[in-house]
Design a protein around this ligand. Structure first.
Ligand code: SF4
Ligand code: SF4
Length: 209
């Protein structure tokens, strides 16, 4: 079935618009209007707060980074790695997050616990854990995929614009140094650590690992 053809009219400029002077004067008028409005607000002390007042109150300019608008509660922020009680990462190097990541921006080098360590045979630890935040699309799949609540996007920290690419590549130490919005490094979901009396495998033999 043939589509309907719509012929659009070509817009034409008026003589005044082609002359530019009137348009320049109109633009200058807008600039002066905002200049005098801003100056009088400063003089009278009635300047709307760019942080708390809505745009409709006339504040479109924010002196970032000194002034920041509060983020919505659902804003997540850059990644962090949660800690165990002893400060080590809760990550068990299962690679679920890096497998789920559509941007393939997570690199993990898993390592085995030494013989005799209660974690050996149950889980591994990340010798290296790197996220390239520039390639990340902030989809949150890694957080959803993690079985240990070891990776989170609840820091509320906005990535600062930096001049070099290397600053956006977060290594294990950097990811462990970022707290959650509540200021803690912990996870909300406690788990039974291998070696704890509450761990379901405590009575199993796992010699030879
Ligand atoms: S938020 Fe998405 S893109 Fe970013 S690291 Fe996680 S899974 Fe990958
Ligand atoms: S962060 Fe979670 S999903 Fe990723 S490797 Fe560690 S335990 Fe597995």
């Amino acid at each position: 079935m043939a589509g309907k053809t719509v012929v659009l009219k070509k817009t034409t400029r008026t003589l005044a618009e082609q002359g530019y002077l009137l348009e320049v004067a109109k633009g200058l008028g807008v600039t002066l209007k905002h200049f005098f409005k801003g100056t009088s607000q400063l003089a009278t002390g009635h300047k709307p707060s760019p942080v708390t007042d809505p745009y409709a109150d006339g504040c479109a300019t924010l002196e970032y980074p000194e002034e920041k608008r509060p983020y919505a509660d659902r804003w997540r922020g850059v990644h962090r790695l949660t800690h165990r009680e002893d400060g080590s990462p809760r990550c068990v190097a299962c690679l679920c997050c890096s497998t789920a990541c559509p941007a393939q921006c997570i690199y993990i080098k898993p390592a085995e616990y030494p013989p005799g360590d209660p974690h050996r045979g149950y889980e591994r630890y990340p010798e290296e854990f790197v996220i390239d935040e520039l390639r990340c699309i902030f989809c949150g799949f890694c957080v959803t995929a993690c079985p240990c609540d070891a990776i989170r996007m609840d820091s509320g920290i906005h990535m600062t614009a930096l001049g070099d690419r290397a600053s956006f590549v977060y290594d294990k130490a950097k990811l462990l140094s970022i707290p959650g919005k509540d200021g803690t490094f912990k996870s909300a979901n406690p788990r039974h650590e291998p070696g704890d009396p509450t761990h379901p495998g405590v009575d199993r033999l796992h010699d030879g690992h």
